[in-house]
Design a protein around this ligand. Sequence first.
Ligand code: URP
Ligand code: ZN
Ligand code: ZN
Length: 463
Amino acid sequence: MSVLVKGGTIVTSTGRYVADVYAEGDKIKSIGKDLDNPADEVVDASGKYVLPGAIDPHTHISMPFMGTSAQDDYKTGTISEACGGVTTVIDFDLQQKGESLLEAIERKQSWAKGKVAVDYSLHPAVMDPRPEVIAEVKQAVLDYGTPSFKIFMVYDFRVDDATMIKLLEETKKYGGLVQVHAENVYIIQHMNELLEKEGKLSPYYHAVSRPNIAEEEAVSRAAKMVELTGSRIYIVHLSSKEGLLKVQEARDKGIDVFAETCPQYLLLDEDRYKEPDFGGAKYVMSPPLRTKESNAALWGGLNSGDVQVVATDHCPFDFNGKKDMFGKDDYKKIPNGAPGIETLLMLMHSEGVVKGRISLERMVEVLSTGTARMFGLKDKGEIVVGKDADLVVFDPDQKFTITQEKLHQNVDYTPYEGMQMTGMPYAVYSRGKRVAEWKDDHVEFVGEIGRGRFVKREPFEGF
Ligand code: URP
Ligand code: ZN
Ligand code: ZN
C-alpha cells in the first residue's frame, strides 16, 4: 500500500513548508517537491495542512470506576480517535490488587486484541505498590516498553508520599517517568464533610469541594519529592492557575516538573456546573472546571513551555442513566469524567490556532511532536522520512458544528455541543492506511478494526 499526498503545507513544531509526502507500507519514504512516485492512492492536499497524527497520552478505555465503567472500549475509542485525527493513544492501565505490572499490561492488551483501529500503548498505574512491584519498574521501562507510571494522590486507590518517593527513585535510575494526578485528598474530604452538613450536594458543589488550593498543594508536594530525589514528574490534567504557578516555580529552579492540560481546562469554566436540569453533572470530572482566569493562565503556560502536552482525559459516562442517576442526590456519587478524544484536534485548532491563542506549530508540538518525545514514541509525532506515516490531511477552512450525533464516542453527550469549528480532518492515515475521511458534513471511519498495534516505547531521554 502506498500513498502520495500532493501539495499540502507540512507543519512541524518549528515551521511549515509546501511539499509532497510519499508513504509506502507503514513508513514515510520521501518528502519533496513534485514527487512522482507511482502510488496506490494520490491525495490532492493543496490548500490543506499535513499534520502529524495527534497523540493522546491520557485516556481511560473501559476503566472500571465509581461503580461503573468508562464506556468506550478499544473499538469505539479508537474509531473516535481516528475520526478526530488522533493516530496513537496511550491508555491508563490500572493495576489490580495482587497483580504484577506485567499482568496488568497483558490484561489490557487482551482487551485491545483484535479491536484497535489505530496504534496504542499503555501507562501502568501503580495501585498496589508491593516491593516486587516497585522493583518491576526496571523491566517495565527496559523490557515491556511502558516507561511511564501513573499514580493518584486522590481516590480510594491513591498511593502515599512514601510510594511516590520510591517510584521517583526507581524511575530515575532507568529512564522512567512518574505521572501524577495531583489533588490533596484531605482538603477534599474536609470540604465534602462541610458541604454535606450544609446539604450542598448538587453538581455545582463538586467544584467547591475541590478548590484550586487542593491542586496547588499537591503539585507543590510532588515537586518537592522531585527536588528530593532528582527524578522527574509529569502532572496530568493540570487545571488551575495556582497549580501552574507551582509547576513554574519548580521549573524555574531547574526541577524536572512537566505538565499536561486538557481542552476542558482551556475552554470550559465552572459556570457549566450551573446548567439546568442537572446538566452540570456532565462536567463532573476531577479536577473540576475552574474559572476563566485559570483558562487564560493555562493558555499562557502552553505558550511559555511550562505546559508541554495537551491530552484529553477521555473518560466517558452517559448523562442519562449514569451521571443523572448515580449522583442525583449527591455530587460525590456522579461518575467522574467526560468524553473528549474525538474533539481534541478540532478544538485546539479552532479555539486555539484560529482564535490566536496558540500558533499552528505550537499546536503540533503539544499534540504530537512533544508528546512523542515525552513518552518515548520514537516512530511517531513528526513528518520526517523513516517515521510512521501517521498523517492528518487537515482542511483549515472546513466548518463543523460539534454535535453528539456526528461523533463516534460511545456516550450520549459531548461537553462541546453546539460549538462551531473552523478546520477539520479531511483524511487521516495510520501507518500509511486511510482510517478516516471527511464525508458530506462529518468525518467517517474507513479503517480496519484490529489493524492497530501495541507500540513499545523508549525510556525518557530528556525534554
Ligand atoms: O474525572 C476524571 N478525570 N476521571 C478519570 C480519572 C482521572 O482522575 O483521571
Ligand atoms: Zn486523574
Ligand atoms: Zn484521567
